[in-house]
Design a binder for this molecule. Structure first.
Ligand SMILES: [Mn+2]
Length: 339
């Protein structure tokens, strides 16, 4: 899964360097934060100075993760972050495949003449990395971080903090082992993480059972009033306007997981969630099951992409028009959705 040449290249860069920066994608999720923290813990145990920079903030349900309070947010601490980037011996890019995913951080990183290493599991990584550990069969970047540590011969350094971060990445990117998780190696790794001291049941509750009352009511509202099911196409769509988001006091991460819920309907194969970030700008989340490639719909209709069963894009315009476009998409893919 990770080739020997890349492992040797990482080893050389880690051995030679003293100060590293890890960067993750905009709107970082459990895998971005978990894998970055695990890799940071590892490098620090190797005696290195390590900082993590995220383009913007991450959900509260990840703020218990060991080390998460030291993550720098680029949108509020640009000067400090730039200074750290400029004094780094190498940059590790975790859980994204293209520099555009780190927004403004790319402007600074692109000017630096230092190694840039990718650890990621998304399709079609850019080829402007010094070392690229990219594997799309991996369930998460966190899995790759564990495998890399193992390949570097340092499995014995795995401690509880690292294990909690790795587990959070694997758990969140597989929807608690509900998708992208049929490879037996994942469970061998999980067994190892339990051996390192994690309480996986507690991690589950910390991440998934932490709703505010507003959030639970928001989910109820969407399911009751905003879900449209197209039974003929085994597809569904939900929308949430900017005003509705405000009405339920929704904070960052509150709509996470919403898009998966319609997949609980028997026979449903394709779920779309449109969230109006601000009037005129709509975030599109797509989920599918089995062989239906929702990333093709994302690319073709919503200028996005992602994984076969989990992808996204955006739509500039009105919600009604985005819904109409989705209806066009399911009509076009009707064979794939109903066969
Ligand atoms: Mn990921």
């Amino acid at each position: 899964m990770i080739d020997v040449v890349s492992v040797d290249a990482v080893k050389e860069i880690v051995d030679k360097g003293n100060r590293f920066t890890i960067i993750v994608h905009r709107n970082p999720d459990g895998d971005a934060i978990g894998s970055a923290l695990a890799w940071a813990h590892y490098l620090r145990l190797k005696g290195k100075f390590v900082d993590i920079i995220a383009p913007n903030s991450f959900p509260d349900f990840l703020k218990w993760l060991p080390g998460s309070d030291n993550i720098l947010l680029y949108d509020t601490m640009k000067n400090d972050a730039d200074a750290l980037l400029c004094s780094s011996d190498a940059i590790f890019c975790l859980d994204f495949n293209a520099m555009s995913r780190v927004a403004d951080i790319a402007d600074v990183v692109n000017e630096l003449d230092i190694p840039r290493l990718l650890i990621d599991h998304h399709l079609y990584p850019e080829n402007n990395f010094t070392v690229s550990i990219s594997n799309i069969t991996s369930c998460s970047t966190a899995e790759l971080v564990y495998r890399l540590i193992y390949a570097l011969g340092d499995d014995d350094m795995l401690n509880k903090d690292m294990a909690e971060c790795i587990y959070t990445g694997i758990m969140t990117d597989t929807g608690n082992f509900a998708y992208a998780s049929n490879r037996k190696e994942i469970y061998i790794i999980v067994a190892r993480l339990i051996e390192a001291g994690i309480d996986k049941d507690k991690i589950y509750r910390r991440v998934f059972y932490n709703y505010s009352i507003d959030r639970l009511r928001l989910f109820g509202f969407v399911m009751n009033e905003k879900l449209q099911v197209f039974s003929n196409y085994n597809a569904s769509i939900m929308t949430l306007s900017h005003n509705e988001i405000k009405r339920f006091n929704a904070v960052k991460g509150d709509t996470e997981g919403l898009v998966n819920m319609p997949l609980q309907i028997k026979g449903l194969r394709f779920s779309c969630f449109l969230r109006e970030e601000y009037p005129g700008k709509i975030n599109v989340s797509l989920r599918s099951v089995d062989d239906f490639p929702c990333n093709k719909v994302a690319a073709e209709f919503f200028g996005g992409g992602g994984h076969k069963n989990a992808s996204g894009g955006e739509y500039i315009g009105r919600i009604e028009d985005a819904v109409a476009l989705f209806k066009e998409a399911i009509a076009k893919y009707s064979n794939e959705l109903t066969n």
